[in-house]
Design a protein around this ligand. Structure first.
Ligand code: 26Q
Length: 835
């Protein structure tokens, strides 16, 4: 009974008071050796990297746990307001090096390991990524909780503990093959299982209603098939400030009676098999970064996250306040990371009414003051919808509540716009059609007091387009919170040489106030400083080459322009535009048009959703083009194209310091924000980009002269749609015509005839939503400007410094400060000044 509390005895305080752990080299070495030798039972005959990694991690983890308990107690004692970040994804990457950096013991541990004959770098790299996310949205959640801890805000991350994270990608014959990512295979020393906080989650069954002794209607949800959600907690340290917050991830398991019922009926094997249905719920992360419609298992995942997290918060509340919820809304705030956890709106209503006896009005008043929703997409087809029938079967009580929310809401709409039936139809939470669907984004908007986009353009387009009707009704709910990235992982930790140079030049304040990087700008005029900057960049490029060498046998020269596009493969992100440019460069070399040539190495990486046909074709095309170019002796160092397999957090930590040029080339109006763009800028890459997402704000910060802008604006894209004629653009542009001809004649698929026809057809279609052909000429011109700039090393280096110097806005410390000032309104708590 692991969750049984002490009854006959109480622990003496002597078992809970511990001496403070030493933060010096001697104590760390001692602890490391003890864990290695005693806990793991190893000696000099067994020098597996993994045991050394574990021993060190255990020693570091102890130091985190010490601060974790202190933080927990400080929050509890102050009874402060709290926020909860609800997200189906936390793309954490590796933990060890970040923990050491934030504790301030990274240098010291490096020495300690060295003295023990170990290479810290090697230990760090032996840790698998926690890849519990698809891309931008999941990594943003990870950067957010880092900044919350650094700002000492009482914020808990709630998510799911997937047994299998994002698949790992291998390339066979140019094609993506997915391999399951069993990231927990060797255990996970950073998490603590908390059986005592498990929660029961209901599925299926039916509802019954009756009138209680006060004459109120009460609903019971009965005959359900329940599962348990067990939390696993991971510490989230702030940067050198004593705060350690919590990331709580739920694992679904079977209830005890689940097996017993069947067991008593004599069907032992069935009973054990039934356990699987429960445990399957959190088995695997869905590897789509756009909506994959209708999968029942995905809805189950979403409900486990929402229900377990809300019950957890309410249990803590009731433990302190009993059934008095009068101050609940003043003390709690739930930030919904996209619509994925938005069933929480209905679930909070259910818990408050059915379990805690509140009236509809009381429950709605609380719910609509505690929920806040962040949108991450502008693609209408990516808005999440669930079939009403599926909902009725799986979550009948929640469907009733959604219908009731809708009835109240539509009454409000019709009193504001009497008789406007079309508006009612447009705004209803239920989409009518041959099958009724629940519109999750509308549920999130109606149930929240705040709705935000993730970059200025994105937030504006939400108000004018996707959510226009709602903006007219409630303009005060809508706001913008431009994304960021944590400078601890994305500069300090991934680029130690550049960080060292920056700190030597302007001090180390930038680590917690990134706007201080601005001080670097004046040094851009200092030739000696530029030289050092250039040397650091070259080293980072060499590191990237060495990393690539592991998989490839291609000679890459660090003097070439490193031109990088890494992100999920998506038509709207337009990796194809990049490929068209590469083929155009190849064509130029082949026809001898190489005066003033700039050697270039184009790196493209990213995963395709396994069911996304076009995205997989694009990967194949990149690899085929690469094969031809890299094996053509005429091309040599002038041009290389490399597909980086298995792009992930730990890969980006090597890629972004080594990039010269950052490709941010989505069709204007389609990329909500982008965050890779920020990581590159911070590490001194220059951007070639469209006026889309946060690119616009990056250009504003760095100035047009330090940014390679191209392409149609969002308004021009929309205006051109009606008369878009790619065929005439191709015919009128000799370079483009030749490029398309090379692709069409099968030059890159000589033994695989026709395989790229679908790609070519989509490029040439007047209905191509991404309008790639429309931006080709302007893109090539911007690339030419980039090459000219790169030829002048002094000029390029100056621009690189200016980019880094103006990246201060893009720290998640700024983003989170805005979330807190305008949405959460939490008071920072310093655990060291408490108690
Ligand atoms: C939904 C339903 C079923 C299965 C999967 C999904 C699903 C999963 C993940 C839908 C979307 C996502 C992820 C979206 C995402 O990463 N969006 C990106 O968010 C970043 C952070 O705000 C932005 O910078 C990017 O512009 C945006 O594309």
């Amino acid at each position: 009974m692991p969750n049984k509390r002490f009854t006959k005895s109480q622990p003496k305080s002597s078992i809970t008071t511990l001496p403070k752990l030493g933060m010096d080299k001697i104590h760390l070495e001692e602890d490391f050796k003890r864990y290695y030798g005693h806990r793991l039972g190893r000696d000099e005959h067994c020098c597996s990297l993994n045991y050394a990694y574990e021993a060190l991690s255990l020693a570091i983890s102890d130091r985190l746990v010490e601060r974790w308990k202190k933080t927990y107690n400080a929050y509890k004692e102050t009874d402060c307001k709290r926020a909860y970040y609800l997200s189906m994804e936390f793309l954490m990457g590796r933990t060890l090096s970040n923990a050491m950096l934030n504790l301030g013991i990274n240098n010291l541990v490096e020495k300690a390991m060295y003295d023990l004959g170990l290479d810290l770098e090697e230990l760090i790299e032996s840790e698998p990524d926690a890849g519990l996310g698809n891309g931008g949205l999941g990594r943003l959640a990870a950067c957010f909780i880092d900044s919350c801890a650094t700002l000492q805000l009482p914020v808990t991350g709630y998510g799911l503990r997937y047994e299998y994270g994002m698949f790992s990608q291998i390339i066979i014959n140019g094609e993506q093959v997915e391999k399951p990512d069993h990231w927990l295979r060797n255990g996970n020393i950073w998490e603590i299982e908390r059986l005592e906080y498990k929660q029961r989650i209901k599925f299926g069954g039916r509802t019954e209603s009756h009138i209680d002794e006060h004459g109120n209607k009460r609903v019971c949800w009965v005959d359900t098939h329940d599962v348990l959600a067990v939390p696993f907690d991971t510490p989230v340290p702030g940067y050198r400030n004593g705060t350690v917050n919590t990331l709580r991830l739920w694992k679904a398991t079977a209830t005890e009676e689940f097996d017993l019922d069947d067991f008593n009926a004599g069907d032992y094997a069935e009973a054990v098999a039934a356990k699987n249905t429960a445990e399957n719920i959190t088995m695997v992360l869905y590897p789509n970064d756009a909506n994959e419609n209708g999968k029942a298992l995905r809805l189950k995942q979403q409900y486990v996250l929402a229900s377990a997290s809300l019950q957890d918060v309410i249990e803590t509340w009731v433990g302190r306040h009993g059934n008095d919820f009068s101050e609940f809304a003043e003390k709690n705030c739930f930030q919904l990371n996209d619509t994925h956890p938005s069933i929480a709106v209905a679930e909070l209503m259910r818990l408050l009414m059915d379990i805690h006896g509140l009236t509809w009005d009381e429950a709605w008043s609380i719910t609509s003051k505690t929920m806040a929703y962040t949108n991450h997409t502008l693609l209408p087809e990516a808005l999440e919808k669930w079939s009403v029938n599926l909902f009725r079967q799986m979550l009948p009580r929640l469907l009733e509540i959604i219908f009731d929310i809708n009835a109240h809401f539509l009454a409000e709409v019709s009193s504001r716009w009497p008789g406007d039936l079309d508006r009612l139809r447009r705004m209803s939470l239920i989409e009518e059609g041959h099958e009724q669907q629940v519109r999750m984004a509308y549920l999130a908007i109606v149930g929240s007091f705040s709705v935000n986009g993730v970059a200025e353009l994105h937030s504006k387009l939400l108000q004018q387009g996707l959510f226009r009707d709602f903006y007219e009704l409630w303009p005060e709910k809508f706001n913008n919170k431009t994304n960021g990235v944590t400078p601890r992982r994305w500069l300090a930790s991934c680029n130690p040489e550049l960080s060292e140079l920056i700190t030597q030049t302007i001090g180390d304040g930038w680590l917690t106030d990134l706007t201080l990087l601005k001080k670097l700008e004046s040094h851009a005029d200092d030739k000696a400083f530029r030289k050092r900057w250039f040397e650091v960049k070259q080293k980072a490029k060499q590191r990237l080459i060495n990393y690539k060498k592991l998989e490839h046998d291609i000679d890459i020269n660090a003097n070439a322009l490193f031109d990088v596009q890494v992100k999920r493969i998506h038509e709207y992100k337009r990796q194809l535009l990049n490929v068209l440019h590469v083929v155009h460069l190849y064509d130029r070399i082949k026809r001898g048009d190489t005066a003033q040539w700039t050697n270039r190495c184009v790196l493209i990486g990213g995963k395709a959703a396994p069911g996304y046909y076009m995205a997989k074709k694009i990967i194949k095309l990149i690899n085929n083009v690469a094969n031809v170019i890299n094996n053509d002796p005429d091309i040599g160092d002038k041009l290389k194209l490399i597909f980086l397999p298995n792009y992930r957090v730990s890969a980006m930590e090597i890629i972004c310091p080594g990039a010269d040029l950052s490709e941010q080339i989505s069709t204007a109006g389609k990329e909500a924000s982008g965050t890779g763009n920020m990581k590159f800028m911070m590490n001194g890459a220059l951007t070639i980009g469209t006026l889309d997402g946060a690119n616009i704000e990056i250009r504003e910060e760095v100035g047009d002269e330090n940014f390679f802008l191209f392409g149609l604006t969002e308004e021009q894209v929309e205006a051109m749609r009606h008369h878009y004629d790619p065929a005439s653009i191709v015919n009128g542009d000799e370079d483009l015509r030749r490029t398309m001809l090379l692709l069409e004649c099968g030059h890159f698929n000589q033994f695989e005839p026709g395989i790229f026809d679908p790609i070519l057809a989509s490029l040439k279609s007047p209905h191509d939503p991404w309008m790639t052909i429309a931006d080709f000429r302007s893109y090539v011109e911007a690339q030419n400007r980039a090459e000219a700039a790169y030829q002048d090393k002094e000029r390029w280096t100056r621009m690189s410094i200016v980019n880094c110097a103006n990246s201060g806005k893009f720290s998640t410390d700024r983003t989170i400060a805005e979330y807190n000032d305008e949405i959460w309104r939490l008071t920072p708590i310093d655990p060291e000044k408490q108690g």
